[in-house]
Design a protein around this ligand. Sequence first.
Ligand code: 6PG
Length: 460
Amino acid sequence: MATADIGVYGLGTMGSALALNLADKGFRVAVTNRETDWIAPFVAEAGSLSDRITSADTVADFVAALVPPRVILCMIPSGPAMDGVIAKLRAHLDPGDTIIDGGNADFHDTRRRAAAFEDSNLHFVGMGVSGGEAGARHGPSMMVGGSAEAWARLRPMAEAIAARFRGDPCVAHLGPDGAGHFVKTVHNGIEYADMQMIAETYGVLRDGAGWGADRIGALFADWNGGPLQGFLTEITARVLRATDGDRALVDLIVDEAGQKGTGRWSVIEALRLGQSASTMEAAVAARAWSSERALRASGVLARPVPAVALAPGVLHDALLAGRIIGHAQGFRLLAAASDEFGWSLDLPRIAEIWRAGCIIRSALLDDLAVALRAAPEGQVILAPAIRDALARTVPALRATVAAAVTAGLPVPALSAALQWHDSLAQARGTTNLIQAQRDFFGHHGFRRSDRDGVQHGDWG
Ligand code: 6PG
């Protein structure tokens, strides 16, 4: 009998947590999983919530358990597996039904899948979900792309399970097809940049000033009480102070970072759109370089003995400047994509739904939400409060990058942030020379400040 409000396909960490969150908010949830032996343990874990959960071993039973028009949330690894699940589900669906991909999908795939649904009267929604397992269970931030009709059906459930910032649910319908997944990708790009700048700051203190993990953790805990407040600052403090026996756990972890793709996609899309996401690029590069462990351990490349004497307050401000610039690049990228794909992204609303539930939630995002309401076209640094914060903190960023560079300590993302700032602070840049060179060897033409139209030089 069809009694369930929503179906969750995929009972991995995120799928299970979202299913429990939905049941917790009073919705009846049908669940299934490719490996059917995962289903019974999930239902057992649901405890008293299991009254609202219908489990199904087959796709046919799963779909039959849903009240039409059906809503099915797929929480499975992104990529080809999603196409397989869509094919399996489609055979059982009726016009008006909706499939939601809640994974970290490449938005190009989401656009392709949405286009393939166009003639069928079925809806395909790409929904970015941020907040990790705890967020999914107790309140994630969700970025939705798809038809208005599908959103109307999904909205009450999404708003009920979302994180709330002063009562405002952190979920929004951001546009058609791939808009939600694109915004989630940029969220992750900002996440990468922020994590990298935090790690660089940790490196300056650890290698440049000889601080132990516990002391650095205490500093981050202190910073979390001020303008750097945010989930990533908070967890950095906790991670740095975690121990294994008498050692800091972080000191035992191999310095080689993994990545699943979203950070890289942000950089690729930025380049495609003629934008710079240089802080994100630096973060992706740093993760890639981290895997060159043999080269790093060989000592073939020499550097000075690192020693940096910077007051913690300087590092604080440098990190804040870097965080602002990382977000500024992210919002600029969102604005460019919105123009390119005709999405009309509501940038202030995106900042608002990132204020709670997601990984990059922070005091800065609260400020950016206000700033973007005042200057919604995407250049967050033009908003007076943000411009003033940058003016206050960039000198510290410059001092930090200069000291780290002199000491041979890598700060690729902080440097990228500073270079972005200094390039945009320069009323007269140097690309006039690039234009001249291009015209010299390729007759590419240039514009002159004293004449109209495309010009060429007589290069002799
Ligand atoms: C989130 C996270 C989440 C996850 C990513 C990042 O918003 O909840 O961004 O989506 O942590 O998978 O993963 P990688 O660092 O492995 O690329």
